[in-house]
Ligand binder design. Structure first.
Ligand SMILES: [Zn+2]
Length: 173
């Protein structure tokens, strides 16, 4: 293992934040909810990637989504039988793999152990769906009910709490 090139968690978090913020800016998304439709066109034009709903039989029972390269065509497949908040996070995670250049990545949020690539993709997904700037504004405006915030952002309460903690927003509550 080459320790010299390992980024710290903080550095990973910052890079994911910058990449997600750049994408949101390009898509002119300024508030929650961040719909994946609003960024789909950019992903198509930048990577030629398509996002396709699939059955468990295709994606795999333990998997929420995957990024595959079929004869040069990048395809994000997601398990359409999962709850919507999970579908959104999983697709955002795969989009993270695209932006970090993990071309053959695949994901399962169930894995206890997460590789470096998986953590980067997770951080990206969190920042894409729950930009800390958006959250800070909403919380300061008085939205302090996590359930209400989770609904507005189209994410799970667990994902929201992690982002609030990681993003240093906990002191706003
Ligand atoms: Zn992954």
């Amino acid at each position: 293992m080459d320790e010299a090139i390992q980024l710290t968690d903080d550095a990973k978090f910052t890079e994911a934040r910058h990449k997600a913020a750049a994408l949101l800016k390009a898509a002119k998304v300024k508030q929650a909810p961040v719909t994946l439709n609003s960024i789909y066109q950019l992903i198509k034009s930048e990577f030629g990637a398509v996002i396709v709903p699939a059955d468990e039989s295709v994606v795999g029972k333990e998997r929420d989504a995957m990024l595959i390269n079929r004869d040069g065509q990048l395809i994000i497949l997601y398990n359409k039988n999962r709850p919507v908040v999970r579908q959104r996070f999983s697709v955002a995670h795969e989009i993270g793999h695209l932006y970090f250049g993990h071309v053959m990545g695949n994901s399962s949020l169930k894995h206890g152990y997460k590789s470096f690539d998986e953590q980067e993709a997770d951080h990206f997904a969190a920042h894409l769906l729950m930009p800390t700037a958006f959250l800070r504004k909403d919380i300061k405006a008085g939205m302090k009910d996590v359930e209400e915030l989770a609904k507005k952002y189209g994410v799970s309460k667990d994902a929201l709490w992690i982002q609030i903690t990681n993003g240093g927003l906990i002191n706003l509550f």
